[in-house]
Ligand binder design. Structure first.
Ligand code: NAD
Length: 245
């Protein structure tokens, strides 16, 4: 039980990597607060509870500052603390540079960058008060390497890494760590739209010759959210089968 009695917020926990994080954290003893726009988050919470874990689902957008602040206040009132924030919610709207619309740019920046800022700003006072906190945010290996057709996405993921390093400096003295996880290609709905021939080319370009399963990524989040990682802050943990090196 590496997260025994911890209170953990997981944004984007209704499916994909976030769902794996929520399930793993609950299995390790955490009470998991799932935030997502997809109602299937309620099913994820139900499955966790059916297995003897503790979880609840809340339909709030990470971009809704007031909604997030209200929810975090309610969580804090109920449990007396918030130990872990996993900023996992993220979206893509891919287009090459000259074709990308302002709407596509803004939508991705709004969720992937501003949403992470809003949630972290909202959780900081509660973590500071307890002099304990684990903030782990979703970057991507695209944030380290760039990617064709992902000007908006790559910029936000590089931004997440820089924000985590900044929070390390601002919040470290309160016992709070801030890290990023940079997954490579992971089999979720986000990459399901990629056509099969392209997928084969992607696998061939990865040294381990396969894409990740959501749980491969969730184990990285677990380490950074655990007490074992108490001296680890400001890093970006790349989990991408050896693609970025
Ligand atoms: P996904 O699309 O399967 O899941 C993302 C979840 O975030 C969804 O349930 C979605 O409803 C939720 N979400 C989106 N906007 C939201 C909002 N405004 N408020 C609350 N919830 C919202 O994606 P995934 O593949 O599981 O990716 C999870 C994270 O990991 C993302 O940040 C993504 O950028 C990152 N990532 C994924 C991959 C990959 O290959 N799948 C690679 C690198 C990084």
């Amino acid at each position: 039980m590496r997260l025994k009695d911890k209170i953990a917020i997981v944004t984007g926990g209704a499916r994909g990597i976030g769902e794996a994080i929520a399930a793993l954290f609950a299995q390790e003893g955490a009470t998991v607060i799932i935030i997502d726009l997809l109602e299937q988050g309620a099913e994820v919470a139900k499955r966790i509870v059916a297995k003897g874990g503790r979880a609840s689902y809340h339909n709030v957008s990470v971009t809704d500052k007031q909604g997030i602040e209200t929810l975090f206040a309610a969580v804090h009132k109920k449990y007396g603390k918030i130990d872990i924030l996993i900023n996992n919610a993220g979206i893509t709207k891919d287009r090459t540079l000259e074709k990308m619309s302002m709407e596509e740019w803004d939508a991705v920046v709004e969720v992937n960058l501003k949403g992470v800022f809003i949630c972290t700003q909202a959780v900081a006072p509660y973590m500071k008060a307890k002099r304990y906190g684990r903030i782990v945010s979703a970057a991507s290996n695209v944030g380290l390497r760039g990617n064709f057709g992902q000007t908006n996405y790559a910029a936000t993921k590089a931004g997440v890494i820089a924000m985590s390093k900044t929070w390390t400096m601002e919040l470290g003295k309160y016992g709070i760590t801030a890290n990023a996880v940079a997954p490579g290609f992971t089999l979720t709905d986000m990459v399901a739209q990629i056509p099969e021939p392209h997928m084969e080319a992607i696998k061939a370009s990865i040294p381990l010759k396969k894409v990740a399963r959501p749980m491969d990524i969730a184990y990285g989040y677990l380490y950074l959210a655990s007490d074992e990682a108490q001296f680890v802050s400001g890093i970006c943990l790349t989990i991408d089968g050896g693609m970025s090196r």
